[in-house]
Design a protein. Structure first.
Length: 202
């Protein structure tokens, strides 16, 4: 694999980004995620430090947790940076859907870096509490009721992401909201022939 040089996305909060640059980076990230899906692989440890800005492109590094079908029986060798991963991710979560949770979160953070560079810290704090399995969800609730509308939006996103098992989180579609996709998936599951077949009328 070629050596890649660039600036880690983790250093971006120290820069004053314009909305146009943040939007461009989010679009580049979404394109990169589509390419991985089309190749049938997943990175396995998507996080800011593993995404480099190289020229006008984004590049991924550190493929130690990568999913490829040929290694399916081995399971996930690592669980990734907990600040970007589903709180209930397990070693058995080793499939093409592996990056879906991280992809939605990172895309949101990149898109809004110019507006609030501290969103990642709030998200990491929330996920840390969710991993503890608390029933109160204090941090998540505080995000959902935060006076900043952008923080509330992230709280809603985290609620949708953490309430579903990792394997039921849909692929990243930047032009549609996660809530819309989840609602559509739920309707499809209950259609005739879906996962939950309707009971026959007596």
């Amino acid at each position: 694999m070629d050596w890649v040089e660039g600036v880690p996305v983790s250093e971006l909060p120290s820069f004053k980004l314009t909305d146009a640059v943040a939007s461009y980076l989010a679009d580049q990230f979404a394109t990169m995620m589509r390419a991985l899906k089309q190749a049938g692989i997943a990175h396995g440890d998507l996080e800011f430090s593993n995404i480099l800005i190289s020229g006008f492109d984004l590049k991924l590094v550190d493929y130690d947790s990568m999913f490829v079908a040929e290694l399916l029986k081995l399971g996930s060798p690592e669980l990734g940076n907990p600040g970007f991963q589903h709180p209930k991710r397990r070693a058995t979560d080793y499939a093409p859907y592996l990056d879906n949770f991280s992809a939605w979160l990172i895309h949101f953070l990149l898109r809004n870096l110019s507006l609030n560079p501290n969103l990642f810290e709030l998200a990491a704090l929330c996920l840390q509490e969710e991993r503890q399995g608390t029933a109160e969800h204090v941090t998540l609730r505080s995000l959902e009721s935060h006076p900043d509308s952008l923080v509330r939006k992230m709280g809603s996103l985290l609620r949708h992401l953490t309430e579903r098992p990792l394997h039921l989180i849909p692929d990243l579609h930047p032009d549609e909201s996660l809530a819309t996709l989840i609602s559509r998936d739920s309707r499809d599951l209950h259609k005739p022939g879906g996962l939950f077949k309707r009971k026959p009328k007596p």
